[in-house]
Ligand binder design. Structure first.
Ligand code: SF4
Length: 518
């Protein structure tokens, strides 16, 4: 026998039942939809305690309150319940008792989890991505990565990755002499706020293009331990790099939701792999406020059970609007009124609100380009539109979790909506691009943000919901919500001033002053 052979050794083998595997993955997907991992809650609570920027602290307070409400109500942390990513390490001594392949079983688990009537999750996957983009209806297929390893168990890591943060993934092939820190510090500000910070950065360094991306993605599933790492000190070059990047990215002042503040990242994870002498591939993938992942091991003794978090894991934070917030009646607000709203101020909205996101905007633009009119009853004059694709309701809910989606994706439609449709304002998340800023300034409109990742909390402000147009678009249909005291912040005022420009610039300046004073 040589070192690669195990022929003469008696060793255990395990039989993994297909149904146990499916049940375990489906249960894990439900679990992570409403339970944040305890390490994320702890790190977020610490960020809340030390945050000095009132706007960022308010946003983190909403995220923490949302997190606890979701755990209590067993409803999704975010309306985007994610794209399912699974990493499997399958022991070579494992035998399966299953009638389907492993990927097929993962997809069956996704189907069961996302259609669970007790906690319906949103189906976000579309087939024919370069063409018709038809929703597959059950959030399948998952992205499955499998490796074969020695042993007789199956290790499963399950994640539900938010689209807004996945959208900001970046890759470069650097020259070996290029500086990794400089690349990260150029890349992160360019990601804007649509990835819903504070979160975690995953870096993959080395390998090839696809290997670096996989390293970055898997690194995000490691527990948050920056606090412990700083307490004990680095033991390797990678740990030094993690600490350096953590400090320098936070010193950019981007802050929670890009509003400007002390904490942009809770941790920086890095995995590396040898690379070709000629190049230095590097991948960066952010994880958002909806950090959702779990790990379990199957050994043939039955399905896995995940430990439930302890209520004491959440800090004693119950978010409430400040008393000086501006109260607005959406049914009476005029263009003249919004002229007085200032970037950065908190507004509580009550009244009727239309919704719409990518597909609805595209359809409106297509209808108008063909000279056709909008569906009967759809009128945007002096209205606000909320960029949202809610989760379907369960039990007595009027709507499921309904947080904002990234506003920049609607930038190219903003001029059309404000000038031709008579829209007054928009609510989304993250910054607006130059075209939207210009259109807002020209039309004297307004752009607001709600907290991305606080979807269940936001949905508590929605009193009724009905579909008014494009029902075939599912979660992308146009709804009319009646809201009461929905908390938002003015992101871009009628003069075109953006809190996402002024906030981070101000906090970068303050942080650097503090560093210089040390
Ligand atoms: S927290 Fe933000 S990026 Fe993450 S899933 Fe929710 S909306 Fe998307």
């Amino acid at each position: 026998m040589n070192k690669w052979s195990n022929r003469l050794t008696h060793h255990r083998s395990a039989i993994i039942d297909g149904e146990d595997f499916i049940t375990s993955v489906a249960d894990a997907l439900q679990h992570i939809s409403y339970f944040h991992p305890p390490d994320y809650i702890q790190a977020l609570a610490e960020a809340y305690r030390r945050e000095a920027s009132p706007a960022a602290r308010d946003a983190i307070g909403q995220l923490l309150t949302n997190s606890r409400l979701c755990a209590e109500g067993r409803r999704p942390i975010c309306q985007d319940t994610g794209i399912v990513v699974v990493f499997l390490s399958i022991g070579m001594d494992v035998r399966w008792e299953a009638s389907a392949g492993v990927e097929e079983m993962v997809n069956e688990a996704v189907r069961r989890a996302y259609r669970n009537p007790d906690n319906l999750l949103r189906a976000s996957m579309v087939a024919d991505p370069a063409g018709a983009r038809i929703n597959t209806g059950d959030n399948t297929p998952a992205i499955v990565h499998t490796r074969l390893v020695p042993g007789h168990t199956v290790e499963v890591k399950v994640a539900a990755k938010g689209g807004g943060s996945e959208h900001k993934a970046a890759f470069a092939t650097l020259n070996p002499s290029d500086d990794i820190v400089s690349w990260v510090l150029e890349t992160v500000p360019a990601m804007g706020a649509g990835w819903c910070p504070p979160g975690i950065l995953g870096l993959g360094i080395g390998g090839t293009a696809e290997k670096a991306m996989l390293l970055a993605k898997e690194s995000l599933l490691d527990p948050i331990d920056m606090h412990a790492l700083k307490a004990r000190g680095p033991r390797s070059r990678l740990e030094e790099l993690r600490m350096e990047l953590h400090d320098k990215v936070n010193a950019l002042g981007i802050g929670a939701q890009g509003l400007g503040g002390l904490t942009t990242v809770l941790d920086v994870k890095i995995r590396d792999y040898p690379s070709h002498a000629a190049s230095l591939p590097i991948a960066l993938i952010p994880n958002c406020a909806a950090t959702r992942h779990a790990r379990f091991v199957l050994d043939g003794t039955g399905p896995a059970t995940l430990a439930q978090p302890n209520p004491a894991d959440w800090p004693n934070v119950a978010w409430a609007p400040t008393s000086d917030a501006r109260r607005v009646n959406l049914d009476a607000v005029t263009r003249d009124d919004v002229l007085g709203w200032k970037a950065g101020e908190t507004v509580m909205l009550s009244g009727r609100l239309l919704t719409g996101r990518d597909a609805a905007h595209r359809r409106i633009a297509d209808l108008l380009s063909r000279g056709e009119s909008l569906p009967a009853g759809l009128d945007f004059t002096n209205r606000f539109i909320y960029y949202v694709g809610p989760v379907d309701p369960v039990r007595n809910e009027v709507v499921g979790p309904a947080g904002p989606t990234t506003a920049t994706r609607m930038d190219k439609f903003t001029d059309l909506m404000l000038t031709r449709m008579g829209l007054l304002g928009m609510i989304g998340k993250g910054e607006r691009g130059p075209a939207a800023l210009e259109a807002i300034k020209r039309a004297k409109g307004i752009s607001l943000i709600a907290v991305g990742g606080a979807a269940y909390l936001v949905s508590k402000a929605i009193r009724s919901a009905r579909v008014v147009a494009f029902p075939d678009l599912g979660m992308e249909a146009i709804y009319e919500f009646v809201v009461e005291n929905m908390p938002v912040t003015v992101a871009v005022d009628a003069a075109g001033r953006s809190i996402h420009e002024t906030g981070p610039a101000e906090w970068k300046r303050r942080i650097n002053l503090r560093i210089d004073d040390r």
